[in-house]
Design a protein around this ligand. Sequence first.
Ligand SMILES: Nc1ncnc2c1ncn2[C@@H]1O[C@H](COP(=O)(O)OP(=O)(O)OP(=O)(O)O)[C@@H](O)[C@H]1O
Length: 369
Amino acid sequence: MGERMTATVSLSEVAAPASALSLRDVQHTFAANKVVKGIDLDIAQGEVVCLLGPSGCGKTTLLRIAAGLEVVQEGTVSLEGQAIAAPGKRHVPPEKRNVGLAFQDSALFPHLSVLENVTFGLKHLPSSQRRERALELLTQLGMADYADTYPHMLSGGQQQRVALARALAPTPKLMLLDEPFSSLDARLRDRIRDDTLHVLKKLGSATLLVTHDPEEAMFMADRIALMRDGKIVQTGTPRELYCAPVDPFVVTFFGEVNELEGMVEGGVVQTPVGDIDASWLPEGSQAQVMIRPEALRIKERDLPAETHSHSHVVMAKLLGRTSLIHLCAHGADGQEAHLHARVPGVFLPQEGQPIDIDLDHTQVFIFPR
Ligand SMILES: Nc1ncnc2c1ncn2[C@@H]1O[C@H](COP(=O)(O)OP(=O)(O)OP(=O)(O)O)[C@@H](O)[C@H]1O
């Protein structure tokens, strides 16, 4: 009896699909000013990645390099595994990259109606399909009623939605969006963000979205790349960046934090709200303790209000969905600190109210000073 041949293929032999966009060691200098300093970034097919960071850190420049609007000075840009831009090599122009672009100030064609603007990139389709596709996207973005209107008759926010529909219409493999919701007022922005996220996921376009708003990044992104001064500081899921930040910049970028300092003694740093584990830091070194306001849990104590040797409330403010409590925390050894706690809903204890403070250690971070 002949031996039965079996072919086994190890997982590592199965080729992973090429990234929709891949940036390798991309660097860029304006005059003598290096604004992009060696960026590596991959976006998988269908993935939404947000490039987040403060103003001037190089986000837009990186997006423009990916789009082909800036010629690559150093590094490589690849789309689906094909190098399309590298210094001294062929620079594929933006219109040949099958990339959808929408910028903060994307101009519509003024002489074309809303519908004609959106069908502009669909010349390869029969005209009935063009119209159907454009109307579908305009409906999803709440602009179908304006199909026959001209751009000058629309508000800035409406124009931005049409620009998004125009960029999405050809179902590009890669969408590059630069602050696409910035000119919308808060309520409309929430809706359009939501609509856009659903459209992107339905189309399966890989997306690189530039924003300086951490909440927007967390809302939109599968992964966030947080930039500072031309470099990526941390890349990961919103949860990874929020719950496992690699340095103090990442912590503070996602909102206000209480900052304390102390020396590592016996593997902990003593604070007025308890001992913080610092076993990974050298004994005797100075450490920075960062406590998110939601990490402080408050319990009112039945003590006379003037018991000021106990932790107590200094002030309480209702902010809407949360209440912000200014408190004075007293440690066992007489340490004292003014801290902010954020509590869900309406919680407005009296000034001077004695409290016990409990810490959610998952929202406390410690770094070497
Ligand atoms: N064409 C240019 N010529 C000279 N300097 C430029 C040019 N474009 C951008 N810069 C500079 O490069 C740096 C990065 O700018 P970039 O627009 O990429 O930042 P950004 O993170 O997108 O900022 P923002 O959020 O404010 O748009 C800034 O210091 C900016 O002044």
